[in-house]
Design a binder for this molecule. Structure first.
Ligand code: AMP
Length: 165
């Protein structure tokens, strides 16, 4: 369990660290793979969400997922992906969090994921929460906790007492 004080301070910052859906680079599952190749090249993010026509998140896409399909016997070629769509190569198993997810779960999942798609109860994509934004929020907590809470050590070794002087 996260300390209540830290949880409260992080939650205060939470609206600030969600990157809303309209600012997230994304592709549609039925987009041609060649189009997704161009999007990924331009946005330079390593992994982006894949949505269906109703804005549900149904996958994640990386450049290696596309280039894997382009590998021929001797060279890379666009020919094999000419007729393919994003849905043919996207990753379909991935973690998401709900808009009201608790901080414990969020932090746990961010250990293994550089970002987490945030969805509502109908799985409609709301945006992403990135490890980077969470680190910024932690930075805020680390710098401000003593202004908002009295933090007292429960037990201190003599060496620590000496160090604090
Ligand atoms: P960051 O923590 O900002 O480096 O982002 C980590 C990962 O989150 C990136 O590599 C992307 O996969 C994803 N990401 C961050 N911001 C965006 C965005 N605006 N659109 C799409 N994906 C993003």
């Amino acid at each position: 369990m996260i300390a209540k004080s830290i949880d409260k301070m992080l939650l205060k910052k939470q609206t600030g660290f969600l990157i809303p859906a309209d600012r997230v680079a994304q592709v549609q599952a039925n987009n041609p793979l060649t189009h997704a190749f161009l999007v990924l090249t331009k946005v330079r993010y390593s992994k982006i969400p894949v949505l269906d026509a109703e804005s549900h998140i149904i996958g994640l896409l990386t450049m290696p997922m596309i280039t894997d399909a382009m590998i021929g016997l001797e060279e890379l070629s666009f020919d094999p992906i000419a007729e393919m769509t994003v849905a043919d190569v996207m990753q379909t198993k991935f973690d998401t969090i709900q808009t009201d997810a608790d901080m414990d779960l969020t932090l746990h999942l961010l250990v293994d994921n550089p970002f987490l798609p945030v969805v509502d109860s109908d799985n409609v994509f709301q945006g992403i929460l990135t490890r980077r934004e969470m680190m910024k929020a932690f930075n805020y907590v680390a710098h401000n906790i003593e202004q908002e809470y009295e933090v007292v050590a429960k037990s201190t070794t003599e060496a620590e007492v000496e160090q604090d002087r």
